[in-house]
Write a protein that binds this ligand. Structure first.
Ligand code: AMP
Ligand code: MG
Length: 371
């Protein structure tokens, strides 16, 4: 790797390590706030992708319509994706696949195909830790309860495990057909659809000339430009504070555990065991299933945040995959993703940061050389 590339990685990765993530979107600079309060369009929206969302758009002169109209178009695009992908909508492409019999060929829309191909890539690259065909397993656990007496019986888990797995889904590219080798296997895109929805919304906003916005669905975030973009064009501002600030929720308490300043073009996603979970006695079970065992994951990671210059779909899928893989295997996976950082909180509340695209030693060496 040449020095220019290393410098580029450091320039992008370092602010991200000391920067980025979820749910708390906080503007920091007071002066800037004035400018934004005059102009920003802000909206909470949903339900979409089974959750709610938030958008903030700073209008600029390049925009083809008002921020409100731009948002309306982007929201419609995301709702369209949801209508195709939700397993809770009986007429969605995903429901058609889920209800189909083994061998039946289901033709899907191009957007569904795109989502399935992306899902398949993460399934393969994560060594099957990210598996979008775990519907049968997800359905046997009591997600609506907080406390239960015991896990489902081993036979129930084994049988659901036998009816799970993306290897039981096959694809015919010509005509975009999907079929199953086992009638009971069902798709559940819960680990990737929120990020995909954020992407669709961000792409739509960009196409409409939006240069500055933050978009969030269920904690997954995409950032377009800087919040003081208009202001910057009228005077030189040398402040690094004029960027979006996000925060990682404390997985075992209230509030934000870390605040980050996040640059435009960055996507952020978090998977954790603190919103959707149940307990048996004192033991907490996460909503992320380990596809190897059929049980809720026990990798020791209670919060996994991915910050990347890749898409929000990637951030979302990787956050889920990393939660299953645990720290060491995640390091291997993240080598495939440059300009990506994983910020992990373990069950003893220790923190681990993995830098994508580089081995830790390689990264340290690079930092030393650039000092
Ligand atoms: P996330 O919050 O993005 O990690 O998504 C968690 C959701 O993804 C769960 O509620 C399930 O719907 C689904 N899911 C659970 N385990 C997995 C897994 N191993 N791979 C892919 N999706 C999963
Ligand atoms: Mg995810």
């Amino acid at each position: 790797m040449n020095l220019a590339t290393k410098n580029k990685i450091i320039r992008i990765v370092l602010p991200i390590i000391t920067a980025a993530v979820v749910l708390y979107i906080i503007k920091s600079n007071e002066h800037n706030k004035e400018v934004i309060n005059n102009q920003a369009f802000e909206e909470r929206f949903g339900p979409v992708m089974g959750t709610s969302g938030y958008v903030k758009i700073i209008p600029t002169s390049k925009m083809q319509s008002s921020a409100q109209d731009a948002f309306a178009v982007a929201y419609k695009a995301t709702k369209h994706a949801e209508a195709l992908l939700s397993r809770y909508n009986k007429s969605s492409d995903i429901s058609k696949i889920n209800l189909s019999k083994a061998g039946e060929k289901i033709q899907v829309a191009p957007l569904t195909w795109q989502m399935l191909m992306e899902s398949r890539r993460f399934y393969m690259l994560s060594n099957h830790a990210f598996d979008p065909a775990l519907g049968a397993l997800i359905d046997i656990y009591p997600w609506k309860e907080r406390n239960i007496d015991a896990l489902p019986d081993q036979e129930i888990i084994s049988s659901a495990l036998a009816n799970s797995g993306f290897d039981k889904i096959s694809f015919i590219r010509d005509g975009m057909y999907v079929s199953k080798t086992n009638s009971s296997v069902t798709l559940d895109l819960g680990g990737i659809a929120k990020g995909f929805g954020v992407n669709i919304m961000a792409e739509s906003l960009r196409e409409q000339g939006v240069e500055s916005a933050i978009i969030e669905i269920g904690g997954e975030i995409a950032i377009i430009g800087s919040p003081d973009i208009e202001h910057k064009s009228t005077q030189v501002i040398g402040s690094a504070e004029k960027i979006w600030t996000t925060g990682i929720k404390n997985p075992r308490g209230n509030g934000v555990i870390k605040k980050f300043a996040s640059e435009g073009g960055v996507s952020i996603a978090t998977s954790g065991d603190y919103e959707k979970y149940f307990t048996v006695g004192n033991k907490r079970y996460s909503h992320i299933i380990d596809p190897r065992t059929g049980y809720p994951t026990e990798g020791g990671i209670i919060s996994a945040t991915i910050i990347t210059r890749d898409s929000c779909t990637t951030a979302d899928a990787l956050a889920t995959a990393v939660s299953v893989l645990g720290v060491e295997k995640s390091k291997k996976l993240l080598r495939l993703y440059p300009e990506t950082t994983a910020y992990l909180i373990l069950n003893d509340m220790t923190e681990v940061t993995i830098t994508g695209g580089l081995e830790e030693e390689e990264f340290k060496e690079t930092v030393e050389k650039d000092k």
